[in-house]
Each structure stands twice: as C-alpha cells, then as structure tokens.
Write a protein that binds this ligand. Structure first.
Ligand code: TYC
Length: 104
C-alpha cells in the first residue's frame, strides 16, 4: 500500500498547510580581490565555514577566476554570524577579503 493510500485503497492528496512556509535561506558569496593571498582565503573557508581542503580550494579558485563564488546556503542568522567572524579575522590580518549575503 502506498503511503498516501488508506486501507480501502483510497488515495488522498497530501495536505499542504499554507501557514507552514519553507525557511528562507541565504547565499554567502565570496568576492575576488587582488591582494588577499590564496592560502589565506582557503584558511578562512576552513576555519569559519567548515570546508575541507579540497572544497575550500575549489571555492577560492572559482572566485579567483569568475570574480565571485558560492560558499554556502544558510539561515540569515548563521550566514551573518559566520561572515562577520570571517571578515573581522581578515581585517585583523589587514586583508581586504569580502563576502556578501544574498537571499536565495
Ligand atoms: N585573487 C587573489 C590572489 O591572486 C586570491 C583570492 C581568491 C582572493 C579568492 C580573494 O575571494 C578571493 N592573491
């Protein structure tokens, strides 16, 4: 019996509650610049966005080549917290690294 069938074999449509909305998600975008060292960008992606070495390198190179790249898709609260920490770490090291947050 399919999960949307009752014991008499009647198929019921799944109910969609209009009050239940999908959570809004936000993209964290990494922007290229000419000054931040590649290894520092990779370090930031590993330290603040929990990326492994391979995916941190791919995200860094994508931004280096294309001007920007997608780091992660997160709730606004988490996106803001991680981005703020990453950018203040970059400023502490005097690099102009930039990231932005966009609604998905
Ligand atoms: N373009 C930088 C360089 O050549 C490296 C870099 C990559 C900087 C990605 C920022 O988001 C960035 N040193």
């Amino acid at each position: 019996m399919a999960s949307d069938e009752d014991q008499l074999g009647t198929i019921t449509k799944p109910k969609v509650d209009p009050k239940i909305k999908k959570p809004t998600l936000f993209k964290v975008i990494l922007h290229n610049d000419d000054f931040t060292p590649r290894d520092f960008v990779i370090e930031v992606l590993k330290k603040f966005f929990n990326k492994n070495s391979d995916s941190a390198s791919m995200i860094m190179y994508a931004a280096h080549r294309n001007g920007h790249s997608l780091v992660d898709v997160l709730s606004l609260e988490v996106a803001e917290m991680k981005t703020t920490k990453a950018l203040s770490y970059a400023r502490k090291h005097l690099y102009p690294l930039n990231m932005s947050i966009e609604e998905e």
